[in-house]
Design a protein around this ligand. Structure first.
Ligand SMILES: [Zn+2]
Length: 121
């Protein structure tokens, strides 16, 4: 039994796949963007610093995107298994509205808030 209708699942699956595609496209654009590759002018130290910054930024973006990609794949896997939309912490059913806003959510809003409080301590 599932609290989401097959139509809702199909809609969320579509959202997840679109999000996945957007991330992959964005990553590709960054690799192609010439400003990420060539830097002319400035002395050697400037250039080295700027390139190091840029590299770090790229790494940060990639790490964030990779994390999100993993979450998307995980959500899709759970959909396959029929356990999508269930809070991993308390087992509560996550409402469609929350999943629509955040299709990779794996916790209900209460557990998510509790977790964020812990992280901020
Ligand atoms: Zn919960």
């Amino acid at each position: 039994m599932h609290h989401l209708t097959p139509e809702q699942i199909a809609e969320l699956r579509e959202d997840l796949l679109k999000l996945r595609e957007a991330i992959l496209r964005h990553a590709e654009e960054q690799i192609r963007d010439p400003s990420n590759v060539v830097f002319e002018g400035g002395d050697e130290i400037d250039r080295a610093n700027i390139e190091a910054d840029r590299y770090l930024n790229l790494q940060r973006i990639k790490t964030r995107e990779l994390k999100l990609l993993r979450k998307i794949d995980y959500a899709l896997m759970k959909m396959e298994q029929g356990i999508y939309g269930v809070c991993e912490s308390c087992g509560a059913l996550i409402p469609f509205e929350r999943l629509k806003a955040r299709p990779v959510a794996n916790m209900c809003i209460n557990c998510k808030e509790k977790e964020e409080e812990r992280e901020n301590e």
